[in-house]
Write a protein that binds this ligand. Structure first.
Ligand SMILES: *Cc1c(COP(=O)(O)O)cnc(C)c1O
Length: 428
């Protein structure tokens, strides 16, 4: 389809025919801005300000402490978790929305390591990819030190070889934050289990963007992010999932009172709650959790229109269009696509690379109303990246057209070479 798209007119027509087009109306996006960074911070749902104002003035202001019961605050990590479960192939009662991705990874990886030490004490390796998101590696490093295990990092292509009888846990991010490369979760899960390793997935760049079926993929544990494709707002709570066969085997180490069987019995000794409940630690930020609830509802709003399958179809069409237009209009400017061409291997963003100037090009585009982002390389195997995320809830085909059009202008005019675009800020 997209190979026949060669004009703004074609893109306008695709938007008109888009079965998901009404969903953009759920968001409050700045006029004229082309926002291609929903993979880093999702857009503001239109319903969020009013819902938060009500939570502040009514639930907090009037209800005060009574709202822990009357407004359902205490149950909210489970209720939002049950909604997220519908997006990731989990069941009700298996997911909690709380804490940050890093903290949740600490909890689930600790549990996985305890299970592995009990069931397969000879296995001493946590296997991951060198290109995994650093916080995942940092958390794994800390836990390996505590448990007398070793973190083995390999390049993506070497995972299968590296998966041997010493591996206790395979820790992977489903969609790579730099390249957008996506693992075949079911194939990896089958491989890991055949080798006797547990599988822990980070779904930060997957939840709300690609179809997921944790049960079918034989996953053991998963964590994910609330402020990316779930549109929960800056610093939104994250989520975690534990396969029910594991959830009651051990305590997770952050054994705070919210994870106690009876928090309001105020016993001096810890007794873990049944099931997923024990993965709670302490009091959650209710206003942020309420904003996340609204954000998750924007993704669930696609359910009557085909749900995650329809969102995924559109996401792929958008990234495919981006790559097609780039090839058509930016040949000779030194930009190459590093994201996989194969739809089955690509998440919901397109990453480009260039020998130099990636940061400045992103800055020049932002100044021209096209917001993507930059991810630094390591100077060797992994190059600097220009990253453009599409969110099928609100990204339009015309947005892709204008983004590539402005990129073409920035490159052919040499505008990106202006010294002002070279100064790196603290958050890229
Ligand atoms: C965004 C992201 C995180 C974020 O972790 P926080 O604890 O929310 O800061 C973690 N892992 C991956 C793979 C991510 O892309």
């Amino acid at each position: 389809m997209t190979s026949a798209v060669n004009s703004l007119q074609d893109c306008l027509q695709l938007d008109e025919q888009d079965p998901l087009r009404s969903l953009r109306g759920l968001f409050d996006l700045p006029d004229g801005l082309i926002y291609l960074d929903g993979n880093s911070l999702g857009a503001l749902p239109r319903a969020a300000p009013e819902r938060l104002a009500q939570a502040i003035t009514q639930e907090w202001g009037q209800g005060l402490i009574r709202s822990w019961n009357s407004a359902g605050w205490f149950e909210l990590p489970r209720r939002v978790g049950d909604k997220i479960a519908r997006l990731i192939g989990a069941r009700a009662g298996e997911v909690l929305a709380l804490d940050s991705t890093s903290i949740n990874l600490y909890k689930v990886l600790s549990a996985a390591l305890q299970i592995a030490r009990h069931d397969a004490p000879g296995r001493k390796i946590v296997l991951s990819e060198r290109s995994n998101f650093p916080t995942d590696l940092y958390i794994a490093q800390s836990l390996c030190e505590q448990h007398g295990m070793e973190l083995r990092l390999v390049e993506s292509g070497q995972l299968q070889q590296a998966l041997d009888d010493d591996v206790a846990v395979l820790l992977l991010t489903h969609v790579n934050y730099r390249t957008g490369a996506m693992h075949d979760m079911a194939a990896v899960g089958a491989l890991a289990h055949r080798c006797g390793a547990l599988c822990v997935w980070d779904l930060a760049h997957s939840a709300g963007a690609v179809e997921l079926d944790l049960h079918a993929a034989q996953a053991d544990f998963a964590v994910g992010c609330g402020y990316k494709y779930l549109n929960g707002g800056p610093g939104a709570p994250a989520f975690l999932w534990v396969h029910p066969r594991h959830s009651e085997r051990f305590w997770q180490p952050l054994s705070g009172w919210w994870g106690h069987a009876q928090p309001f019995a105020f016993e001096p000794g810890y007794r873990p709650a049944a099931g997923i409940g024990r993965y709670q630690c302490g009091t959650q930020p209710m206003l942020s959790l309420i904003a996340l609830d609204v954000g998750v509802d924007t993704v669930l709003a696609a359910e009557p229109l085909g749900g995650m399958a329809a969102l995924r179809r559109k996401s792929l069409a958008l990234t495919r269009l981006f790559a097609h237009l780039l090839q058509q209009r930016l040949a000779g400017h030194g930009l190459s696509v590093v994201s996989p061409q194969d739809d089955d291997q690509r998440g919901s963003h397109i990453s480009l690379t260039r020998a130099h100037g990636a940061y400045a090009i992103v800055q020049a585009l932002i100044e021209r109303g096209v917001v993507g982002d930059f991810r630094a390389g390591d100077g060797s195997a992994h190059p600097d990246i220009l990253r453009f995320g599409v969110c099928p809830l609100y990204t339009r085909y015309v947005d892709i057209w204008h983004a590539v059009d402005r990129l073409q202008q920035v490159m052919s005019s040499g505008a990106w070479q202006d010294a002002k675009y070279g100064q790196q800020q603290s958050v890229t």
